[in-house]
Design a binder for this molecule. Sequence first.
Ligand code: ASP
Length: 438
Amino acid sequence: MLKVTKFGGSSMADAGQYRKVRDILMSDKERRVAIVSAAGKRFSADHKITDLLYLCHAHTQYGVACDPVFNMITSRYLEIRDELGLKLDLESDFAALKARLDKKEVSQDEMASRGEYYSAKLMAAYLDFQFVDAIEWVFFNIDGTVNKEESYAALRSKAAGKGIVTPGFYGKMPDGAIRTFSRGGSDITGALAAAALDAGVYENWTDVSGILMADPRIVENPQPIPEITYDELREMAYAGANVLHEGAIFPVREKDIPLNIRNTNDPVHPGTMIRSHFETETDPHRIITGITGKKDFSIITVFKRGLTSQVGILRRILSVLERHGISVEFVPNGIDNVSLVIPTATVAPHLYSILADIQQELSPDNIVVQDQISIVTAVGHRMAFRPGVSGQIFAALGQAGVNIRMINQGPDELNIIFGVKNEDFAQAIRVLYNSFVK
Ligand code: ASP
């Protein structure tokens, strides 16, 4: 079975991290393909190489010398090379890049891509794997989407035999220009490689032991999630959890390749396994998979007697929002009222105009706007069709004195969503975590 591995910026930050990556790859012969990020932060006040590359490029665009920043970038890579005792001529590469940069011949995307490029060069030399440049196999269409068929075929032809290292984050446009994905895009490259090679697993190595059940800034030492389905992950990401972006997992999800999030600094930890579904579950008693949420929503509630029995009323209300280009997140309703739950940042600039339009469109009995609302989401496929879960959630919140402003559950019962005041947000998450996990 082939394992495709992707190492994020913190795993590539210095020579010490390179050694860990090497140990991880050498400990398992099936790990024959590695996708690498640019060097990330070594400590919290440090800089990510990709940020410095953008910064350097911006300088030259405005005709400001970027030598100090350029030197910060190159010295990071030279330091890694020298500490690992590698004989790789990076100096001529750097000089050529700098010369073209000074002549404004380097595009922003090309400049940003160099972090991954140098990481991959160094790592390939260190592992004695083959270096395969991303422009040799990640092909973009003119509209910026990836031409999967050709990209997959190209990688397949390159990856036979010896192990390979390839840079994440960028590829080639039809005219030969370098193009990057959006920030964090090496995850996409990794997923594409795993899909291209029909890997048995896509290992995404980072600096945490998997996806956590709750935000560690809110819950102390939250447990990692051992197993999560792609659908649950989507819910978690949508509801605010900082996990892999959908676009980054689509290629592997499409081919039903499991994705395993692992920790370079704790390689024996199994991390989080993500799949479409699990035949057997390690922990079938775990009812809630994860708890997440977002702050700062507004609820606009429209009151009108007999409202829900009128044909087309919802459409008329929603068309007001549509005219303002605003998407509504939830629409809970009562017999004589309907509420629109919308992020405050999107609705606030248009609020008075929206209220005026609703007034004109419906002549409601009353309209009430509440701000400072947080949405909390409990995600878990095991909650589905199991009586008593919401009872347990709301009982726990009730005991903690947290008032619930809104409740929403989709018919697939994959999640339970509720609204609380912003000031109760953290407590609501802690209460849920404690009552289901502890
Ligand atoms: N280095 C790029 C970034 O910082 C891409 C990545 O690391 O995934 O966004």
